[in-house]
Design a protein around this ligand. Sequence first.
Ligand code: ADP
Ligand code: ASP
Ligand code: MG
Length: 815
Amino acid sequence: MKVLKFGGTSLASPERIKLVAKTVQKHLKEDKTLVVFSAFGGVTNDLLEMADLASREDLAYKDILIKNEKRHLEAVRELIPVNAQSSILSKVKTELNRLETLYEGVYLLNELSNKTRHVVAGFGEVLSSLIIAEYFKNLGVNSQYIDSRELIVCKNTNEKVQVNYAQTNANIEKYFEAKDASLYIAPGFVSRNEQGVPSTLGRGGSDFTAALYGAALDVKEVLIYTDVNGMYTANPQIVPHAYPLKDISYQEAMELSHFGAKVLYPPTLQPLLDKQINILIKNTFKPDETGTLISKSSEKNFRWVTGITHIDSIKLLNIEGSGMVGIPGFSKRFFEVLFQENINVVLITQASSEHSICIAVKDDEAELAKEALDEAFEVEIQYKKIKPVEIEENVAIVALVGDRMKSHHGLSGKMFSALGNNNINIRAIAQGSSERNISAVISKKDVKKALNTLHEQFFEVPSKELNLFITGVGNVGSKLLNQLKKQEKFLLEKLRLKVRVHGLSNSRKMLFDENGIDLENWEKALEKGEKADKAEFFKKVDEFNLRNSIFVDNTASPDISAWYKEYLANSVSVVTCNKIACADSFENYQELQNLAREYGASFLYETNVGAGLPIIDTLKNLVASGDRVTKIQAVLSGSLNFVFNTYKAEDPFYKTVEMAMKEGYTEPDPKIDLSGVDVARKILILARESGYEMELEDIESEDFLSKESLATTNNEDFFELLKKDEPKFQEIYRSAEEKGEQLKYVAQLEDGKAVVGLQSVDSQHPFYNLSGSDNIVLFFTERYPEQPLIVKGAGAGAEVTASGIFADVIRIGKK
Ligand code: ADP
Ligand code: ASP
Ligand code: MG
């Protein structure tokens, strides 16, 4: 005999049932087969919801009933030929009428007992199995329907199901003595109690039904068919990189299922363990995949950690106070109260000071547990020796599970530091006494991030995911996206970095994709995106809650840089070419640095000075290694350099500026460059990085533009005044030319004083030969007193700026 079980996910539609029938027939060719069926997908939830609604006198239950009635009758019509439908239709209708009467009773009495919940919950399995049995009959299979409620007997009718094995086994053996069908079809999940009242085996209990039949019939193996390829290293719906485990031990499977791997109902293994009956979990829709074999040992596959699971339907209870310290028997009383109330404690931790005990219990048992404990310790609470029990909601447990974890040191350290590095706050920690699991209680909102982080840490080729949210997709932003696309493979293979863009925005539109935006077609997709909104953008980043999230700012907008604090305070790193934040007040600059430090995020802005040139990074390294900057001399404006390299006094100055503007070497408002404000901001940032508390006003500026032109508010007026001032520019140019010198706009920092202004430099000076839009920085330090450390190269342009941003992203990846 073979025993198979098909879950509700495999029975969601008549088409799926037809597929299931094909698999069953394959097995039938080899041996007699007993198949256990769950309710059609979603039906049990509906049955219980209807009961709740009816008990609250809410007539909405009727709509759900009608929907379910339709669903089952349609299944009959789809699966069974018209001329053979009448008997099954009447059976189905009889069951549905019974159900309706039960709900009416609940509705009228306004009362829903545990017993009634169990009775109604089981109808889904009875209905599905009756219909499928009839379907097989009509396919010409010699089949027999078994009412599991008559064979499987439970000792009680509550959530902690206890099977009366002696009676159940005897019933099953006896039933099969006299039967000779090829196929037996039985509803899963349903049973009766010792008084003969229908009960169930608990949510997800159809797996258990199959195990009970398998054990009683002494089969070699029980096959569980579901919607995934077996038991995975983590829930595949939440962790995309999870993979199925080929074979695992009973203990590992038990631990995984107890700690949330829903694919197998935890009690399922009980009846199979003693007889060493194997379980094979397979995918109904991909029957050729190997699946997971659960057996006595899993010696073949060596691993420290088998899987990662979570339970999100829990609450934490915390009891604390000096009255607990050193008082023998406190814990005993504490746990006795819980035992008496039949409350299942999922996790326990006790502070070594004995000052507090923290337990995790199921959601729906938390209130009861609090009431019982507060009552039991009423006197201690009254005398303020302990505080009333506190309940903490919205928490979940994540657990690392593995047979061999006990013999390997450092796993918990690795687990907690991986969580910590991703800013996942750990509320409580416990290690099972079997040492087969290490659990951490975390906030519910962090579950997905935690599972993926741990999976990456323990199961994947060591690589790091970087999750980007980019604002500004103009010149620089679009180049950056190109570079990311082009380097994708290299980053993964050589640097083990998986870089994905999950959010994009320009000033009009924004676009998000949790699986990563296709970098080939982002432009079209963004056009179709939602209306851009900075607050919404931040909200989305926060909701995605992905590990190693990075906000990239490719704009020059103060409205965007105003958001950096929010990002950093939520552990999202910030990479920016926008100078506004770093050149704002020192207080603001410092706060950003502090937030980054406090929340484990990075704040990088290499492109604020010299585009892609490694200027800030070099300076940071000098300072970090203990060097002291004595002087910085630099040409930091690609735009000004271009202007003064091009201006030869043959064409007027304003024409040269126009040309620079056209070539994209200046800001849209060229005055920002020509006034020297941009250079002042840059030297300010370098001064701050060198350790000086400086403000923009502290930087002396020697203007070469007239006051009037600096006061203009639009480009037209500005150019008019440039035209007017031409003789002055001619004079500046001539006086330099006469001395054989070159005009350079120089920024200098010395002894904590910074100056920017136009200078003419002679042919011996390192700045003399600086061409095009190049930048140069000379660092004079204690270690480089005479011969400065020089960084030189293209200091403007979208491509190099994008590559500087790219380099910052990689810096975060390497951290
Ligand atoms: P069925 O209806 O077949 O009984 P379930 O929904 O009860 O199916 O169980 C299958 C589901 O269990 C999968 O779709 C998956 O979402 C979930 N699951 C949770 N953890 C795991 C895991 N470690 N491996 C496989 N599936 C898991
Ligand atoms: N139908 C039941 C449930 O949803 C049992 C099962 O599917 O295993 O809990
Ligand atoms: Mg299930």
